[in-house]
Design a protein around this ligand. Structure first.
Ligand code: COS
Length: 382
């Protein structure tokens, strides 16, 4: 389907597609088996200038929008959402600086992110604060010209691999969500360490660790924006980032459909290729409808966000929930079309089905997305 992309957007797609075909797909099984972080692939993404896509031009990037980044990660998602997650979570760690950071902070960090020299991570979730994001316990206390952080973040993507961590901490417990702030912690800061890599069902190429702060001292100017505005910046960051998760889902679903359709054409049973049977054709048709409708919603939502940055929440939540539910369904159906072969680790749809599950969970469960949509509807119809 023609989505009327600009020349620059088509160029981004072509570069990301080639990188996915040549560098991600041939290595994805090995990265998954060895739980290996894709450092070499990320270097190649940097050489292809893809880390600059959403960074403003003033700081060495392309100044691309939500759609540009969605187009990029869709391609990576088609190859491996473990690799795509490492790439996308980098921006989750950097969006708070773009949204609310001072000029000095932007100048300090963004040019190195645009070139891929520095890599980001986002520290929000804690053991007892997942969906209830404002329930975090990590604290940051001002001591002279330093903040002192104490607490532990859990399940942080790019933990141990990033150099820049946007960490959400309570700076005034009496003010509820208005008492949270975001601070930039750098790799090597005293009192900051990462836990061991978690073992996961899927996206094993991505790194997931705890972030541990024990009297971690960082300079006062690492506060992102004003004190107490952290929760709002977190929500805006997630609004901006969630279409990228939807796009990873579109990519994964496309990859699973491609595998299932190719298999159905060459697999012979009862004397003919199984694609000749209506039962299989209908499954493939439903998968194709899912992929195309998810893609259309992700692109439309991303375009809406680029044009109306103050109206992000509902469309962002809609496309994240829809496209990732589609990804889970299409990956599961791809395994079904491929039968016993699909269930074997030797074929990529087994990994795709394991990988797809996280899309419905991270960056806000799909139940939380529906809460966000419901709350917006409640406001609209009041
Ligand atoms: N943009 C701007 N401001 C927002 C906002 C948004 N998208 N969403 C909420 N806010 C504001 C509210 O307007 C409110 O401001 P006031 O204090 O001025 O009233 C404040 O933030 C608190 O909002 P709310 O009361 O809705 O917060 P809740 O604690 O009820 O939490 C949810 C809302 C559940 C939506 C939020 O916690 C969430 O998104 N949770 C999921 C977190 C998540 O995605 N975790 C994944 C890990 S990060 S990879």
């Amino acid at each position: 389907m023609d989505y009327f992309l600009t020349e620059q957007q088509q160029m981004i797609v072509d570069i990301a597609r080639q990188l996915t075909d040549e560098k991600i797909i041939p290595h994805r099984a090995e990265l998954d088996e060895q739980h290996q972080f894709p450092r070499e692939i990320l270097k190649q993404m940097a050489q292809a200038d893809l880390f600059g896509v959403p960074i403003p031009e003033a700081y060495g990037g392309f100044g691309g929008g939500c759609l540009d980044i969605a187009l990029t990660v869709e391609q990576f998602g088609r190859g491996c959402i473990g690799v795509g997650t490492a790439f996308a979570a980098n921006f989750l760690g950097v969006y708070p600086i773009i949204i609310a950071g001072s000029e000095a902070m932007k100048e300090k960090y963004l040019p190195d992110v645009a070139t891929g020299k520095k890599f980001g991570a986002f520290g929000l979730t804690e053991a007892n604060a997942g969906s209830d994001a404002s329930g975090i316990q990590t604290t940051a206390v001002l001591d002279g010209d330093h903040w002192v952080l104490n607490g532990t973040k859990q399940w942080i993507t790019n933990g141990g691999e990033a150099q820049i961590y946007a960490v959400v901490a309570i700076t005034d417990r009496s003010r509820g969500p208005r008492g949270a702030s975001i601070l930039v912690v750098e790799e090597g800061d005293p009192g900051f360490s990462c836990g061991p890599k978690e073992k996961k069902m899927g996206i094993r190429a991505s790194s997931t660790t705890e972030l541990i702060f024990k009297d971690c001292r960082i300079p006062a100017d690492r506060l992102v924006g004003r004190q107490g505005t952290g929760f709002i910046t977190v929500m805006k960051t997630l609004d901006l980032s969630r279409p990228g998760i939807g796009a990873l889902g579109v990519g994964l679903a496309q990859g699973a459909l491609d595998e299932a359709a190719r298999y159905a054409k060459q697999r012979q049973q009862f004397g003919k290729p199984i694609i000749a049977f209506q039962a299989v054709q209908h499954m493939l048709a439903d998968m194709a409808i899912g992929v195309e409708s998810a893609r259309a919603l992700v692109y439309a939502a991303a375009r809406h966000i680029d044009a109306h940055p103050k109206e992000m929440s509902k469309v962002s939540a809609m496309c994240k929930a829809y496209a990732t539910d589609v990804a889970m369904k299409v990956a599961t159906d791809a395994v079904q079309v491929m039968g016993g072969y699909g269930y074997m680790c030797e074929y990529p749809v087994e990994k795709m089905m394991r990988d797809a599950k996280i899309l419905q969970i991270y960056e806000g469960t799909n139940q939380i997305q529906r809460n966000v949509i419901g709350q917006e509807l409640n406001k609209e119809y009041s």
